[in-house]
Design a protein around this ligand. Structure first.
Ligand SMILES: Cc1cc2nc3c(=O)[nH]c(=O)nc-3n(C[C@H](O)[C@H](O)[C@H](O)COP(=O)(O)O)c2cc1C
Length: 315
């Protein structure tokens, strides 16, 4: 019997994994099977402006299947936007119950809703019977303590969810500390839904360890690990990429030119590229002090010179 190959999902990283990034990434570094888009959150708009949906336009998402993500807690807004997404051709939306940002959690959204199970179920009771698409959830172990999700999961079995993606941290941790594999394992025992593992898959070795620890899981979500090493999803799938440096540079240059066309001025352009370099600099030898050099660039000319030198040095 042959083993099923793992399914890999590109995690949403707001400010980086937009439709241009997703398409170019998949083109240069095949390995992901799908992506979850960063959340959209237009509250209280009955008519969503085109800018809210531009990341999800089908023509911009040809390379990699994508699932839109919503952060709403208002059932009518959620249903309205899901209807628009259905018109665009989407068959699934994802509800964000994991965002740890204080601005979000203080309004009882994202992971801020996890300590309030009754509000979660009231929302689902209103939304699910009228939802024109399938629903999945992306969540954390809790906001303040790891009992929160554990208590929610058995009750979530009553709803026909497509899957639940679990990032094994608490909201209050933001991105600090280790992912809590033990509690993730307990979550598996508490749910009949398909569960997707997420958090700190930063190397093939870590991935293999997790596969051994959780043999029942077949879907895995990778974010920062893939930004730091874009070859990681392909390596997990056993793909071999020759000319790695060339490939990385092509990807970088195409992304840069794409944003040069789209973004308004060097501050936005460099700001956007720097977001990626926070992670991508890990692909360069530590002695190159890559992030330090990129951070200091304030003009396009400086940036182009620094990046050319960096790529040439690892060639
Ligand atoms: C800058 C940044 C932006 C993020 N934006 C989103 C988002 O829009 N929606 C979401 O569900 N998760 C978001 N996340 C969380 C990631 O999708 C993922 O759950 C987290 O980084 C853990 O996975 P990783 O260790 O593979 O990166 C974001 C994370 C970071 C660091």
């Amino acid at each position: 019997m042959t083993e099923k190959p793992p399914l890999l999902i590109l995690a949403p990283i707001r400010g980086i994994t937009d439709c241009h990034f997703r398409s170019l990434f998949q083109h240069h570094f095949p390995g992901f099977d799908s992506a979850l888009a960063p959340f959209i959150n237009p509250q209280r708009h009955s008519n969503f402006q085109p800018k809210h949906l531009k990341d999800l336009l089908p023509e911009e998402n040809q390379e990699l299947p994508v699932v839109p993500q919503l952060l709403h807690t208002d059932p009518d807004d959620f249903l309205h936007l899901s209807g628009r997404l259905r018109e665009l051709g989407y068959t699934q939306v994802n509800w964000n119950l994991g965002c740890p940002a204080h601005m979000v959690t203080k309004k009882k959204r994202g992971s801020g809703l996890l300590p309030h199970p009754d509000e979660i179920f009231a929302f689902l009771d209103q939304v699910m019977p009228r939802l024109p698409v399938k629903l999945s959830i992306k969540t954390r172990l809790g906001l303040e303590n790891k009992e929160e999700l554990l208590h929610l999961l058995p009750r979530l079995d009553n709803y026909p969810l497509e899957e639940i993606i679990i990032h094994g941290r608490l909201g209050k941790q933001m991105y600090r500390g280790e992912t809590d594999r033990e509690t993730f394992g307990l979550c598996l025992e508490q749910s009949h839904h398909p569960i997707v593992y997420n958090g700190d898959i930063n190397s093939v070795q870590i991935f293999r360890e997790l596969q051994t620890q959780f043999p029942g899981i077949n879907k895995w979500m990778l974010g920062r690990g893939a930004l730091a090493d874009p070859f990681l999803p392909g390596e997990i799938k056993g793909l071999n990429t020759p000319n790695r440096v060339e490939q990385l540079q092509h990807f970088h240059d195409e992304l840069y030119h794409c944003y040069q066309e789209l973004l308004d001025g060097p501050a936005h352009l460099l700001g956007r590229m720097k977001q990626l370099w926070i992670y991508l600099s890990a692909s360069f030898p530590p002695q190159h002090k890559t992030w330090k050099k990129i951070k200091k660039c304030h003009t396009e000319a400086q940036y182009q010179k620094v990046t050319e030198t960096l790529f040439a040095a690892i060639d």
